[in-house]
Every structure is written in structure tokens, then in C-alpha cells.
Ligand binder design. Structure first.
Ligand SMILES: [Zn+2]
Length: 227
């Protein structure tokens, strides 16, 4: 079988060698400063079945397509596709109605900004609402909940419980949004990803792994642009 190509070796003060297959299916090796290249190559060859499996998995994921903002194009909202309808109505900018997303002809030149802004407002409304609910269930109360433009990071928990969520999450099913909310809320009490952390997440969402997997597999679709 063909030798696996190492795309990048990142050296740092870490103690062990780590192999990462990135979102664009490249192999990155993280290694201690003085680890010989031969050692890394031996490890990569030993782990090649795992690496090949990971690369195949990444390549199989659905690829996002850049939006064109034309009639009938699908836009994700809470995990469901809504068809874009360009309407001749000056009193309206954008509106979700039944199974369609209406956008006024007048704002079409700025469709990307208008839709992104609408996603942000919806994300803030729905995520804040659900944070209140899950704060009661988890017992962790955030001091603030904000929406960010983050491309890669779905959520984060800052010091003292300032929670941030990417507006792109609003395109995901509500179960996936809830998982992210619970994940960040639990970080208020448990900043690391320890066993205790995951046990707490599981006690609230027993099927959290399924939700996490959905995000890993489909996260690339939650965008208005090709990444
Ligand atoms: Zn985390």
C-alpha cells in the first residue's frame, strides 16, 4: 500500500506525538521538539489503518456549496431546508413562512448580509431562550450569552461563565444546539474535558454523543459560503 504523506509536523513542548486528520483531510503530526523524523514516520506507518479510515471519513462528509441567493435555493434553519422565495414586497426584508424563506427583491443585492443578520437575530433569540431552560436543569447560570461570527468554534465558555455561540448553529437541528448549550454550561463548573465533565453532560443528555457526531459530520454545511 502507498505510504501515507505527512502534510505538516508541528513541534512544541508537548510530551507525546499526536496525529490529527484535519477537516480538509490532511495529516498533521504534533510532536515534541526533539522527536526524530524516523520515529514519526514509523508511528505514522503503524497507525496507517486508523489514518486511512479518518481520511476516508472526512472525504465522505457532505461539502457545502456557496449560496447564490436564487429562487428555490435551500437555506437551513433548525436543521430543516427552507426554499428561498424572492418576493415583490417593499414592506418586508426577510421572513420565514411555512416551508419557505421570503426575501424582498429590494434587498437582494445584499442578500448575504440580510440573511446572515436574520440568522444572527434568530440564533440570539433561540439560544438565549434555551440557555435559560438548561441553566435551570444544569444548575449553572451564565452571566452573559453572546453570538459570534466564529467560523470553526461552535461555542466557548469564558471566565466566570460568559458563553459565546456561533450564529451558524441556528442552521443545526435544535437537539444539536441544545448539546452545545449544555456543553458550554457544564464548562462553567468544569472547565476541562475530564471524565467528570462528560459524566455531567451525559447525565443531562444521555444521547449527547449522537448529537456531537451530527455536528462533526455536518458542521461544514452550516455556512453561507464554501469553506
Ligand atoms: Zn468544551
Amino acid at each position: 500500500m502507498e505510504k501515507i504523506k505527512i502534510d505538516k509536523i508541528v513541534r512544541s513542548n508537548r510530551k507525546t506525538v499526536g496525529l490529527i486528520v484535519t477537516q480538509d483531510a490532511t495529516l498533521v503530526v504534533r510532536a515534541p521538539v526533539f522527536t526524530p523524523v524516523e520515529h514519526i514516520e514509523r508511528l505514522v506507518s503503524k497507525k496507517s489503518p486508523w489514518i486511512r479510515r479518518k481520511i476516508a471519513e472526512v472525504l465522505k462528509r457532505p461539502k457545502p456549496i456557496t449560496k447564490e441567493f436564487v429562487d428555490g435555493e435551500g437555506f437551513l434553519y433548525l436543521g430543516k431546508f427552507y426554499e428561498l422565495h424572492i418576493v415583490d414586497d417593499a414592506s418586508l426584508m426577510i421572513r420565514l413562512r411555512d416551508d419557505r424563506l421570503d426575501i424582498s427583491k429590494n434587498v437582494l443585492p445584499h442578500a448575504r448580509q440580510v440573511i446572515a443578520q436574520w440568522y444572527k437575530e434568530e440564533a440570539l433569540r433561540i439560544i438565549r431562550e434555551r440557555c435559560v431552560w438548561y441553566a435551570k436543569i444544569t444548575g449553572y447560570k451564565p452571566i452573559s450569552v453572546k453570538i459570534t461570527n466564529a467560523q470553526k468554534r461552535w461555542g466557548s465558555c469564558g471566565p466566570r461563565g460568559t458563553l459565546n455561540f456561533s450564529w451558524r448553529l441556528i442552521m443545526a437541528p435544535v437537539e444539536v444546539i441544545d448539546y452545545l448549550i449544555v456543553h458550554e454550561l457544564v464548562h462553567i463548573g468544569q472547565p476541562d474535558h475530564s471524565k467528570l465533565f462528560w459524566a455531567k453532560v451525559k447525565s443531562i443528555l444521555p444521547d449527547y454523543k449522537k448529537r456531537e457526531k451530527w455536528l462533526k459530520q455536518n458542521g461544514g454545511l452550516l455556512t453561507l459560503m464554501r469553506s
